[in-house]
Design a protein around this ligand. Structure first.
Ligand code: P53
Length: 487
């Protein structure tokens, strides 16, 4: 098992889940700032305040709602782990682990508080410059996601968010600003985090999605594809050194049985959930099966000739993805079949796999499978930019966190990456998710921890924010020092 010499070992975070400081130095509200903590269902029931002072709940931003920060509610993303004020200390710990790269995102509303301003907020620009310079001090290569779920709330409320073609221009302006501002400091960029979630999650919650949901989701996605492609083209013009990637939520799907109907369903699930977005972003055009997907829901999409030319001109340099788990699909509606009940995934239970406390399947071979599939399909350098085990960690009597379960999870997945590399896969980097504990995207919990670094903070926001090393910290340090040979 040989990892390439300059393999980019590191870790991954996102602004909305770790920065906090949501109202500091001119930052505007992002849609992620107004989601409360709790289980997925509770979390989707966001509370909004309307201009007449009344409040309402919903899982989408209702028209005319004001970003509400209501007394008595706790909004974990507003606090994050206060990376905004701890970044020096945190980066020092990443350097101690031996990170070659660090994945982070830029908060759109820190640079453009409403999203439609002419000029960016200087204090926001200065913050990221300080962070990038700090990383450079330790020769850590930044890997920067431009959009990680946190569209400025103002754009959601006043422009209807990604349903509106105008938002493409606001995003392109934001992207152009960061490419220009951080030229020479940042070389690796990702345009949209887990872009495929928009359609992938539609039917992962049972059959609650309406035809309008499908229409909206495919339309939003088209605007994001165009926004991404235009950003890629501009990013290359500003600095030909830039390496810009797509980012796909990579769930490996399997058929439950050998019934050809299950095999076909599985193929179609891969097409819809995984290849639809990857093909557009890597090949610059919609795949043949797009028509089937659109026809299934009678969609009428606003796609212009100029858009199609933009997609062609803005293909990505890298294919990156997150990988946490695999999933099982079937046409056999056996009422007795055991379902996976965890947040986000509504598939069937795989009897060959272990499941996490949140019911995510631990499946290293699924990662190797995924890597080999996308390597053959796109012939682009690959990066696994998220991977990890969300688990409850306990501070033991000796004051430390012993997390052998997390080490086991990483060991299996790193070995799987090594096996894929041995089979010729062009994998260039690995940034496990939440290398430092942070707020969960799916549940808003701090207690769903991924980190090698522990943060003393609970689900209600109590704690000292003190950072400490878990056992996985020393283990990962050794893995990096041995370039993946000492697992
Ligand atoms: P949390 C679902 C399935 C796979 C990846 O997720 C997902 C999600 C959304 O929850 O999202 C990515 O925090 C995402 C991160 C997120 C991470 O996975 O729900 O890019 O922002 O934190 C882990 O456990």
């Amino acid at each position: 098992m040989t990892f390439p010499k300059n393999f980019l070992w590191g870790g991954a975070t996102a602004a909305n889940q770790c920065e906090g400081a949501y109202d500091v130095d001119g930052r505007g509200l992002a849609r992620t700032d107004i989601t409360t903590a709790g289980s997925l269902n509770q979390r989707r029931q966001v509370t909004y305040e309307f201009p007449d002072g009344t409040t309402g709940k919903g899982d989408k931003v209702p028209k005319n709602a004001h970003g509400a920060v209501l007394p008595g509610e706790y909004y974990p993303n507003q606090v994050g782990i206060d990376f905004y004020h701890h970044y020096q200390e945190d980066i020092k710990l990443f350097a101690e682990m031996g990170f070659k790269t660090f994945r982070m995102s830029i908060s759109w509303s820190r640079l453009f508080p409403n999203g439609d301003e002419e000029k960016p907020n200087q204090a926001g620009l200065d913050f990221y410059r300080r962070v990038f310079e700090e990383l450079r001090k330790y020769q850590i290569e930044p890997l920067v996601t431009i959009w990680h779920f946190d569209t400025p709330l103002y754009l959601e409320e006043h422009y209807d968010g990604w349903n509106n073609r105008k938002v493409i221009d606001f995003f392109v302006k934001f992207a152009t600003t960061v490419f220009k501002e951080y030229k020479g400091l940042v070389k690796y960029w990702l345009t949209f985090n887990e872009i495929n979630n928009t359609i992938q999650f539609l039917d992962m919650f049972g059959d609650s999605a309406t035809e309008k949901d499908y229409q909206d989701a495919y339309q939003q996605l088209h605007y994001q594809f165009v926004a991404s492609a235009r950003a890629v083209k501009i990013g290359h013009e500003i600095d030909p050194e830039n390496q810009i990637g797509c980012m796909i939520c990579g769930i490996a799907n399997y058929p439950l049985t050998s019934d050809p109907k299950d095999i076909m369903l599985n193929r179609h699930v891969w097409e819809k959930n995984i290849f639809y977005c990857g093909d557009v972003q890597c090949k610059g055009e919609y795949p043949t099966f797009a028509k089937r997907l659109w026809d299934e829901h009678d969609l009428a999409l606003d796609i212009t000739q100029v858009d199609l030319a933009d997609l062609k001109a803005g293909t990505v340099d890298l294919y990156t993805f997150s990988y946490y788990m695999s999933n099982v699909v079937s046409t056999h509606n056996d009422p007795d079949a055991e379902k996976v009940s965890g947040n986000f995934v509504m598939g069937l239970k795989n009897p060959y796999l272990k499941y996490s406390e949140w019911q995510w399947a631990d499946d290293p071979l699924g990662l190797q499978y995924y890597l080999e599939v996308v390597n053959d399909r796109y012939h682009l350098p690959l990066m696994v930019v998220e991977n990890g085990l969300g688990a409850i960690d306990k501070v033991e009597a000796d004051g430390k966190i012993h997390d052998p379960y997390r080490i086991d999870y990483f060991r299996g997945h790193i070995a799987a990456m090594g096996a894929a590399i041995d089979n010729g896969v062009d994998l260039i980097g690995y940034t496990p998710w939440g290398c430092i504990d942070l707020v969960s995207a799916g549940t808003g919990q701090m207690s769903k921890r991924y980190g090698m670094i522990y943060v003393d903070l609970d689900d209600e926001g109590h704690g000292t924010m003190k950072r400490s090393k878990k056992d996985s910290f020393d283990w990962y340090q050794k893995v990096i020092a041995s370039n993946g040979t000492d697992l």
